[in-house]
Design a protein around this ligand. Structure first.
Ligand SMILES: Cc1cc2nc3c(=O)[nH]c(=O)nc-3n(C[C@H](O)[C@H](O)[C@H](O)COP(=O)(O)OP(=O)(O)OC[C@H]3O[C@@H](n4cnc5c(N)ncnc54)[C@H](O)[C@@H]3O)c2cc1C
Ligand code: SF4
Length: 485
């Protein structure tokens, strides 16, 4: 292949797809960037310098063949670009939309380091696979063999579970996915809002898996609707990919008042509304920000999703309260900028001390100013209260967005021998993904703690290879036993 098209970063400026105007995008839940047109995608892909050591690929958890598919895209060979990108990822168009590329591939792109501005890898990735869907290049699942005599039960239909399901089905196993929600997708469906990831993009992936013969058992809470022991008896191997859902809470006075809600409850209700679901009577209006003065406590990406959702629901005002400063917040700088443009007010170096009631529900947040003190063991500077710095914020909806821990799975699954870490995450061997229970494997957030979609895909991919090897070894063992008998 001639390299004439590449290295254009010397004369072609970095250009992300235009974002819609803040006012327009704050009025709906559609994605904020419509994406590239063909010529722009080709042009931006051609900025890649085809590095001998591609740091973009090194820093991609999936080790995607980024320079190779950028080159193919620059040459207009989009179908080949799609096939290569699809070879390492089960959902490239989803990663293209929601990966924090500024911390992964693009943040490590060599031309970014040399001051030219990174290749817009995520936007090109999204363009390639969206085009593949449009053009009909996305193939149905084609099992390589018939191994339906062995079955795998997967608990959790998030990106880790779905990825494992896809690869194991392609190996020919009978695959059953159990999820307590009524739709598959995990946080792709019910956590991440539509303005980052439109839901039809997730649903078409799930439809493809269903059409490929994967059995989905929705509305099935393992541990409540079906015993974990029964799943182990029913399947040759079981995969735990349940994510982390125990919300961290402030525990402050007034935290149990009506009007103080958990981030995920709020986001799930909003995503359900996007699907047209009618909320139960108990929830009517409780989990909507329409017309309210909203305060979101927290500074991570979940907090950013909450503030931006509240804007779109028609909140009267939206304030984010975070105890560190802008430079030290865990959420992505890109999301903060989007939120600010959409009208969110940030109170940096500020923490709540209590939620105050009026007429039986929350009416304001008592808060105080903070300053950054010495670094703690993690190296981050700890926030400390400023003396005499109390202030109040009016609030009729407070959303606590402080992160998530693992649920107590050994208890929920009545499986006391399932080994967990001191954080409650499942202990799984780094190479084999095996847990302490024979034939039970685990991957995704329930092993890593709250992380990223791309890591869930990577672990689902590697786990499927490990489970395949384990199931093959089981067949070989049975064959030997039969021969010996
Ligand atoms: C609000 C929010 C926004 C995020 N935004 C981003 C982002 O922009 N980019 C990014 O890369 N990452 C983001 N993340 C993180 C990302 O969504 C997770 O890292 C990823 O989804 C983890 O995948 P998983 O498959 O391990 O778990 P999950 O996606 O959590 O899926 C687990 C599934 O298991 C099911 N389940 C749990 N327990 C049971 C049970 N007992 N029985 C049956 N089913 C069960 C759940 O219903 C769920 O469907 C975000 C997270 C949140 C909360
Ligand atoms: S690091 Fe940047 S310039 Fe180098 S191969 Fe990757 S995308 Fe291309």
């Amino acid at each position: 292949m001639a390299d004439t098209k590449m290295l254009s970063f010397t004369h072609v400026e970095q250009a992300y797809p235009a974002r819609r105007e803040a006012e327009a995008r704050a009025a709906d839940f559609a994605e904020i960037t419509p994406g590239y047109l063909l010529a722009k995608a080709e042009e931006q892909a051609s900025r890649c310098s085809q590095c001998g050591v591609p740091f973009c690929q090194v820093h991609c958890p999936l080790q995607n063949h980024i320079p190779d598919w950028l080159k193919l895209a620059a040459e207009g060979r989009l179908q080949e670009a799609y096939e290569l990108s699809n070879a390492t990822s089960t959902m490239p168009e989803i990663c293209g939309r929601i990966c924090p590329q500024d911390r992964l591939c693009e943040g490590n792109c060599v031309i970014e380091q040399s001051g030219h501005g990174a290749v817009t890898i995520g936007s090109v990735e999204k363009f390639i696979t969206d085009t593949a869907w449009k053009e009909g290049w996305v193939q149905p699942l084609l099992p390589l063999a018939d191994r339906s005599g062995q079955s795998v039960g997967i608990i959790g239909a998030g990106p880790a579970g779905l990825t494992a399901a896809e690869y194991l089905r392609v190996q020919g196993y009978e695959v059953h996915v159990y999820d307590r929600h009524d739709r598959a997708g995990g946080l792709l469906t019910y956590g991440i809002p539509g303005f980052k990831l439109e839901k039809p993009v997730v649903m078409r992936r799930i439809a493809r898996l269903e059409a490929g013969g994967i059995h989905f058992h929705l509305n099935t809470d393992v541990g409540r609707d079906i015993a974990f022991a029964d799943l182990r008896a029913r399947h040759d191997a079981v995969v735990i990919a349940t994510g982390v859902y125990r919300a961290r809470q402030t525990g402050l006075p007034g935290a149990d008042l009506p009007g103080v809600v958990k981030a995920l409850d709020y986001l799930i209700a909003s995503n359900r509304a996007g699907f047209g679901d009618v909320p139960p009577d108990t929830e009517q209006g409780q989990l909507s920000a329409a017309g309210k003065q909203v305060v979101v406590v927290g500074g991570g990406d979940t907090a950013m999703d909450c503030v931006r959702t509240a804007v779109r629901q028609g909140a009267q005002s939206v304030t984010c309260l975070y105890r560190r400063d802008r430079q030290n917040m865990p959420g992505s700088a890109r999301e903060v900028l989007n939120a600010e443009e959409e009208g969110v007010r940030f109170e940096w170096l500020a923490a709540p001390t209590a939620f105050v009631a009026e007429a039986g529900r929350v009416a304001s947040v008592a808060a105080q100013r903070m300053r950054l003190g010495h670094a703690d063991v993690s190296g981050r500077r700890s926030p400390e209260p400023e003396a005499d710095s109390r202030f109040d914020l009016p609030a009729d909806l407070v959303i606590e967005a402080l992160g998530f821990d693992a649920e107590d799975l050994p208890t929920a699954f009545a499986a006391p021998d399932l080994a967990v870490t001191r954080w409650g995450t499942v202990k799984a061997d780094a190479g084999s993904y095996a847990t302490s229970l024979a034939g039970v494997f685990a991957a995704g957030d329930i092993v890593r703690g709250a992380s990223l979609v791309v890591w869930a895909i990577r672990e689902g991919r590697d786990l499927s290879a490990a489970v395949h090897a384990w199931l093959q070894a089981a067949v070989a063992r049975d064959d030997r036993a039969r021969e010996a008998a």
